[in-house]
Ligand binder design. Structure first.
Ligand SMILES: [Cu+2]
Length: 224
């Protein structure tokens, strides 16, 4: 089965990236206390994953990105979108430095692959949310570009006005080419979004030419 082999590939590859990223994050000069070598430095990817999961300095996140999730905000994918379109997100968030090291894998997207990708906030519209959320109105504004950017005005109507042009260029300037692939990056999560991240309100959205509003998306959930 195509999907099964994708799952296997992703779950074999991902722990190795986590391993590499954990080491990277631990050596982060933001926190001088962290002089110990990363616990996950030796051993297999599986061990690295489970050890990172036990490490209190990290919160691990996972998400499955699907076309069905695009209905979250009343969006509908194009009927021509491949039925097999799917993606995964996996990330290690350093609770001390607030750096989220991540990988987004995807498969069988529509022609052209990822045009742009962002972290969005799922806003209920209640008064207790970050200023980027519109009071009294559910919305899903971009809080950080992963790759690409809106290619023309109005393509992403919720673009935050508070962001600078520099921020708009995102964590990776260009999205990876192809209908299947992966994007890696790291995001220093700003204070207003940290609670939302922990509360499972941040989602990743992959936009394509066929589905400019989003083809697959998924909420980041803490891996327990
Ligand atoms: Cu987006």
């Amino acid at each position: 089965m195509k999907l099964n082999s994708l799952h296997k590939a992703i779950f074999l590859i991902v722990p190795m990236f986590i391993l590499a990223y954990s080491a990277f994050t631990l050596s982060d000069s933001h926190n001088k206390k962290e002089k110990d070598p990363p616990a996950a430095k030796h051993g297999s990817g599986e061990k690295a994953w489970s050890k990172a999961g036990n490490d209190k300095r990290f919160t691990l996140f996972k998400a499955k990105l699907t076309t069905a999730n695009e209905n979250m905000l009343g969006k509908k994918v194009n009927p021509q979108t491949p039925k097999e379109a799917v993606g995964f997100f996996i990330g290690a968030y350093n609770n001390q430095t607030h750096m989220l090291n991540f990988m987004v894998g995807y498969s069988d997207l529509s022609k052209g692959g990822v045009a742009m990708s962002h972290f969005h906030m799922l806003c209920a519209g209640d008064a207790k949310e970050p200023p980027i959320c519109k009071p009294g109105k559910p919305s899903g504004p971009i809080i950080q570009t992963i790759c690409g950017m809106p290619t023309h005005p109005g393509m992403v109507p919720d673009w935050p006005e508070t962001k600078t042009d520099k921020d708009k260029h995102g964590l990776a300037k260009k999205c990876a080419e192809g209908t299947s692939g992966y994007i890696m990056g790291k995001w220093m999560v700003e204070e207003p979004y940290r609670k939302g991240l922990m509360d499972g309100k941040v989602f990743v959205n992959l936009h394509t030419q066929l589905d400019p509003k989003g083809e697959v998306s998924g909420l980041l959930k803490i891996n327990k």
